[in-house]
Design a binder for this molecule. Structure first.
Ligand code: SAM
Ligand code: SF4
Length: 468
């Protein structure tokens, strides 16, 4: 792969962002209400509006934003939460990102790349828990070529263990060249995620001192190349704690606007991980711009309102209490039952920590997370119907097509949830889950839809699977 950034210019205007942030420091309740209303009217916000939201400090105004985000989530997306698991394929890396346990200079990291047999064992272990959607994660290394990524994805799709199968694989890996993205696309991936980490270029240069990732523009334009290769299902993200989070939210917005303007499609998902401690990585003990839980809520609600059509991902990096609370401000996907050491699902050992990228905040099992979600009235969903029907941009369709959620998403969420309950759930989860399904079916207002869901649920009880 030849890294070439000739002729590219950053689309992150640092001075302009600072100006937006400065100019919009003192919005009053009327302005905040107007901005929230614009978002509830399904319009993406502009940089001034987003800056006004993230600058709010007054508790009452903050509450308007949090409640606005909650209303938007309920009104457009309903109460489904999509579940997935990360699958770490290899932690070898030629970059030196100061915050990451996998960086080349970390002598405490035990390097590992799954062999084909190990990858199959990992996939089987995940299928046995009930997972249907994965994100496969790779360090950046010549070994992890586009062909390697494609082959490993194909291997995972081929594994059918007991009643299980993986129906959608997303990717989090280094940015490729256009040809590389084409190779990966050919095996039918879902979303390709690349986090910019920080949109502040100077900070970026300091924190990524060597390797291909030290090229800010190559990374910034990574998803443009993916788009040029025909992958239009893209995930952006910033790692919170490297620089002022307000600047990063503006960076995510500018990235969104860039993709919309250039390709007519914004990001499919936005991620906003906070830095977690990583073994052998002093930087993570005290990140310079640590985001407090209070600010994290405002950050999530502001992203929800700023880009109302996008999916929002919250990972198990976060502790349980934070996860439970922020779900209501617009999160659409979470991982559960996650292990982030290479090979951990099939064989967890004392060395696992040294093969992990960082330390997880939420280590509950998938079944426990599902129980808690159902207990709080959320419908856990493993739906992959859009992806498999060739409809890319599921979140966008949920957002843009009136009635889409009622016609497709809610019924499919209920069916995939029932599938989990019959095949994998503990007794207590099965009980609470089936009760929730009954309640949700009763709420379906179209009688034809209601009876079709009931029929499918009855078939599922008889052992028929993969109905949607
Ligand atoms: N190597 C590829 C890359 O850097 O894009 C993809 C995989 S990397 C393991 C996935 C993401 O993990 C990074 O983009 C970064 O945002 C995040 N990450 C790295 N170190 C972290 C830490 N200490 N805490 C939380 N997230 C971290
Ligand atoms: Fe390597 Fe990615 Fe970690 Fe950077 S974040 S050290 S590129 S695995």
């Amino acid at each position: 792969m030849k890294i070439n950034t000739e002729g590219l210019k950053s689309f992150i205007p640092t001075a302009e962002i600072e100006e937006h942030l400065n100019k919009n420091r003192f919005a009053d309740a009327i302005r905040i209400r107007d901005i929230v209303d614009k978002s509830l009217d399904k319009q993406r916000l502009n940089p001034d509006e987003t800056a006004a939201l993230i600058n709010v400090t007054d508790p009452e105004l903050k509450n308007l934003i949090l409640e606005g985000a909650h209303t938007l989530k309920e009104r457009i997306y309903g109460n489904r939460i999509v579940l997935f698991a990360p699958l770490y394929v290899g932690n070898e890396c030629i970059n030196d990102c100061v915050y990451c346990g996998f960086r080349i200079s970390n002598k405490e990291c035990q390097r590992a790349t799954l062999s084909k047999e190990e990858l199959i064992a990992e996939t089987e272990a995940l299928e046995d828990k009930g997972h249907k959607r994965l994100i496969m994660v790779y360090g950046e290394h010549p070994k992890y070529s586009p062909e390697f990524i494609a082959e490993t994805v194909q291997t995972v799709y081929n594994v059918k263990h007991n009643k299980g199968e993986i129906r959608r694989v997303n990717i989090n890996a280094a940015p490729l060249d256009i040809e590389g993205f084409r190779t990966v696309k050919s095996v039918g991936i879902g979303t390709y995620q690349i986090f910019q980490e920080t949109y502040q270029e100077e900070t970026y240069q300091n924190l990524h001192p060597r390797g291909p990732k030290s090229n800010f523009l190559w990374r910034l334009y990574g998803l443009d190349r993916a788009m040029q290769a025909g992958i239009d299902d893209l995930g952006i993200g910033a790692l919170m704690g490297l620089y002022n989070w307000r600047f990063e939210v503006m960076g995510l917005l500018y990235h969104t606007i860039h993709l919309e303007e250039r390709f007519g499609v914004g990001p499919h998902t936005i991620s906003f991980p906070r830095i977690e401690p990583a073994i052998g990585t002093d930087f993570t003990k005290n990140p310079p711009y640590k985001v407090s839980d209070e600010d994290f809520k405002l950050l999530i609600a502001s992203i929800r309102l700023s880009v109302p059509y996008t999916g929002m991902i919250l990972t198990a990096r976060e502790p349980i209490a934070v996860r439970d609370e922020v779900l209501r401000y617009g999160i659409s996907q979470i991982d559960a039952g996650s292990s982030i050491g290479v090979g951990d699902y099939a064989h967890k050992d004392e060395e696992s920590k040294r093969k992990s990228q960082f330390v997880l905040g939420d280590t509950r099992t998938l079944d426990d997370v599902i129980y808690e979600l159902a207990h709080s009235g959320y419908i856990p969903s493993f739906c992959t119907s859009c992806y498999r029907a060739g409809r890319t941009g599921e979140h966008f369709m949920e957002f843009a097509i009136p009635g889409f959620v009622k016609r497709f998403c809610t019924p499919n969420a209920l069916l995939t949830f029932a599938e989990y309950l019959y095949d994998y759930a503990s007794e207590r989860t099965k009980k609470i889950g089936l009760e929730l399904i009954d309640k949700e079916v009763a709420k379906i207002d179209d009688p034809n839809m209601q009876s079709s869901v009931q029929e499918n649920l009855a078939k599922m009880k008889e052992g028929i699977r993969d109905l949607h």
